[in-house]
Design a protein around this ligand. Structure first.
Ligand SMILES: [Zn+2]
Ligand SMILES: [Zn+2]
Length: 368
């Protein structure tokens, strides 16, 4: 039988060859399920009618209910005129690590509580976590641990941080409806482009505490194929909002809504706004402590680096928000280059071994 570290690399090689988009991780989940079956895990497949898999290791004794969460999906790229999927965010690495942990721990078991391995679909779509939660299988989860490989600018191979503080992300899709008219008789119409320009300027009048990092960007404006000499009837715009904490995000969204409505009123257009949100990270200090101790044990005192703050978003934080469990999220130094989501992304493969060992140490702290 391969040793633990050989195994994680074998699995990585297999998963790296079958990159699949969110909710279509068919081959990936089939592979994961077939491995889990070999060791005797109780398996929930097609979780919430999707590609998610949850494997359960129950001590049959009282204790915490701990989830190890890995994501499975890849990203799409235009290559030679067609769409190709690639694992450029390292989700193949995360699934390999979780599977190697599952294999390693099955024979020894856990002394108390329950351990769940959550193989989640569609993280890149930011909806996979909600899908898994809707299955109800995790309603009693008390702790959850996530992990993500990091680019070399953030955390080097041989290092790890006990918390990766993701920002809250909101996307406002705004449909502005005006009244089309000949450009020479604009007084008979209502121009949604003027509404969009007012919104772009009004965003600058939003003032929040500058100590909370945030950003608001208009990422799309589209009026379709209207004639150059007439006012468009409709305009669609998208605003991307990021903010380090959930309370301030709520304020930002209220302020933005007020401005969208006011700008539409002034220009006599109608605004319909749909908002999709992903919450910011909320971690418990004892889980960060457990992660810190595990990193120190595996990588030594020099390997434990400071907590990392990022404007990136992660749907992992729905687990804490909706289930109310305690969380930790390890930023695993992996020298990913040129950067995550880059179509040529590569990373230091030996980081997989560190990921397995850190997870095992954290589980040991909580369940043994
Ligand atoms: Zn990603
Ligand atoms: Zn990712």
């Amino acid at each position: 039988m391969e040793n633990r570290n050989e195994y994680v690399h074998t699995v990585y090689d297999a998963l790296h060859q079958i990159p699949e988009p969110g909710y279509k991780e068919f081959k990936t989940s089939e592979f994961i399920e077939s491995e889990l079956k070999k060791w005797g895990y109780k398996i929930h497949r097609n979780v919430a009618n999707s590609t998610g898999i949850i494997a359960v290791l129950d001590s049959n004794r009282e204790g915490p209910f701990v989830g190890i969460r890995a994501d499975m999906d890849a990203l799409p790229y235009q290559m030679d005129g067609r769409i190709e999927y690639r694992h450029t965010c390292g989700h193949d690495a995360h699934s390999s690590i979780a599977l190697a942990v599952a294999r390693s721990i099955y024979s020894s078991g856990v002394a108390r509580g329950k351990l769940y391995f959550i193989f989640q679909p569609a993280e890149e779509l930011l909806t996979g976590a909600k899908t898994v939660i809707s299955s109800g299988l995790l309603n009693d989860m008390t702790h959850i641990i996530g992990m993500h490989i990091r680019p070399y600018q953030e955390c080097l191979f041989g290092q790890a941080a006990p918390a990766l503080w993701h920002s809250a992300l909101a996307r406002l899709n705004i449909k502005l409806t005006g009244i089309t008219a000949h450009a020479g008789r604009a007084h008979l119409g209502a121009n949604p482009i003027e509404t969009a320009i007012l919104i772009a300027n009004a965003i600058n009048t939003i003032k929040i505490n500058p100590q909370v990092s945030s950003s608001i960007n208009i990422t799309r404006v589209n009026t379709g194929d209207n004639a150059e000499n007439s006012l468009p009837e409709e305009l669609n715009m998208c605003i991307d909002v990021r903010c380090a904490d959930n309370t301030t995000m709520r304020t930002l969204l209220e302020e933005l809504n007020l401005r969208v409505e006011s700008c539409a009123k002034i220009t006599r257009t109608k605004a319909a706004c749909t908002v999709s949100c992903c919450p910011a990270a909320e971690y418990s200090s004892d889980m960060i402590d457990a992660a810190s101790r595990a990193i120190e044990k595996v990588l030594g005192a020099d390997g434990l680096v400071e907590e990392i703050h990022t404007v990136g978003a992660e749907d992992f934080h729905y687990y804490t928000k909706e289930i109310g469990c305690k969380a930790a999220y390890v930023a695993l130094g992996a020298n990913a280059k040129p950067g995550l989501h880059h179509k040529e992304m590569v990373f230091e493969r030996k980081a997989l071994d560190n990921g397995v060992d850190i997870f095992l140490e954290i589980i040991n702290t909580i369940l043994n």
